[in-house]
Write a protein that binds this ligand. Structure first.
Ligand code: PEP
Ligand code: MN
Length: 372
């Protein structure tokens, strides 16, 4: 059960103190506080865990300081979409709003190789009106002999260049909780010129200790990828780990499933799950066409498969596109064959805009149909 308290209530308010005293007296019930910073209000939500079956929704709604009560199903208590659940589903980080109703493209380098390529990438993004990017510093590689990423050594120049070109959010995979500290230190050292979204890669979707560590911090939002060999339910539970620890600023990414059934694509594209995740949870949904398709293959109509599947995800309502670009793919240290070229950036963005407009028209058509 979730109690949504009156906006901007403070821990010193008489009503808050009374409420907490009462909740503390309920046998077998634990109260966990979640603070949600909205655009206008500070919201406090109290998650009641344990023996909540006997609690009456109407009675709980009458408690001091309580504005609304949601009885949640067992699954995805924090991130789930429950019956009668009107909790907000968006958050703003470093001036950029993320929600189930808008769309951002995160085009960038799969792996940071050198400052020249980072600068060329950032410059192209700025020229095309973009404020988000992806930059891989810590790379989880199949082979121990493959390039593992420059790690903390590249962070200062990546952050400085982001600031120089007006980039507000960089999604960056971390593979160990110590990387959070390294990122914080590098941001501090460079004067916080940009923001970072911590990325949990598909290989770490069920690394529960990493999830707990990332969930315990509130400074950075999180992009969690679907595990490539587990069920959707298992991956959504992994996302819930982050939220249950206190960080509900979570975006869920589809990136294809590992099975030969998807050949010749690198992974079986699973973007038909965009509406499913939207129905089950309140998380914004990201699609990663690059790691799904894994190549620049194209059809006789000149459209690359990467762009076809991007359009398929966007027309289904995706809220974020994570896509590999590189100024010189043949020299890229990781995933060059799937990277798009900088000159393809405006073309890619236009193609995404066409698909987004089609999605918005479809929504209107559906709303008109319901209303008729
Ligand atoms: C990535 O986005 O760089 C990446 C490694 O993706 P995934 O975890 O989906 O394989
Ligand atoms: Mn990659």
């Amino acid at each position: 059960m979730i109690l949504i308290l009156a906006p901007n209530i403070s821990v010193k308010d008489q009503k808050y103190v009374q409420l907490m005293g009462y909740l503390g007296s309920l046998p077998g019930v634990e109260a966990r506080i979640h603070n949600v910073q909205g655009e206008e209000h500070h919201l406090t939500e109290v998650y009641l865990i344990g023996k909540t079956n006997s609690l009456n929704v109407e009675e709980m709604r009458d408690l001091p300081g309580v504005e609304n009560v949601v009885r949640v199903s067992q699954d995805y208590r924090v991130l789930g979409r429950h019956e009668g659940d009107k909790r907000g589903s968006s958050f703003t980080y470093n001036g950029v709003k993320f929600g189930q109703d808008n769309l951002h493209v995160f085009a960038g380098l799969c792996a940071v190789d050198n400052a020249k390529h980072v600068e060329e990438m950032m410059k192209a993004l700025q020229e095309n009106g973009q404020v988000c990017t992806r930059m891989g510093a810590y790379k989880p590689r199949t082979s121990p002999y493959a390039f593992q990423g420059h790690g903390r050594l590249c962070l200062p120049f990546v952050f400085e260049l982001a600031g120089k070109y007006g980039i507000k959010v960089i999604t960056m995979e971390i593979t160990h909780d110590s990387h959070i500290k390294e990122i914080k230190e590098a941001l501090e050292q460079t004067g916080n010129p940009t923001g970072v979204m911590l990325q949990i890669g598909t290989r770490n979707t069920q690394n529960f200790e990493l999830l707990k560590a990332v969930g315990k911090q509130n400074r950075f939002p999180v992009l969690i990828k679907r595990g490539f060999g587990i069920t959707l339910e298992e991956s959504l539970n992994a996302a819930e780990y982050l939220a249950s620890e206190g960080n509900s600023h979570v975006i869920f990414a589809l990136r294809g499933m590992k099975t030969n059934m998807g050949d010749p694509h690198r992974n079986l594209v699973d973007f038909s799950h965009v509406p499913v995740v939207k129905r089950l949870t309140r998380m914004p949904i990201c699609i990663d066409p690059s790691h799904s398709v894994g190549s620049r293959a194209q059809t006789p109509d000149h459209l690359m498969d990467v762009m076809h599947v991007t359009a398929q995800g966007v027309i289904a309502g995706a809220n974020m596109v994570l896509v590999d670009f590189h100024p010189d793919p043949k020299t890229a240290l990781v995933d060059g064959p799937q990277a798009l070229l900088l000159k393809e950036l405006p073309y890619f963005l236009e193609d995404v805009a066409i698909a987004r407009e089609a999605y918005e028209k479809r929504c209107k058509l559906a709303a008109d149909f319901i209303g008729s």
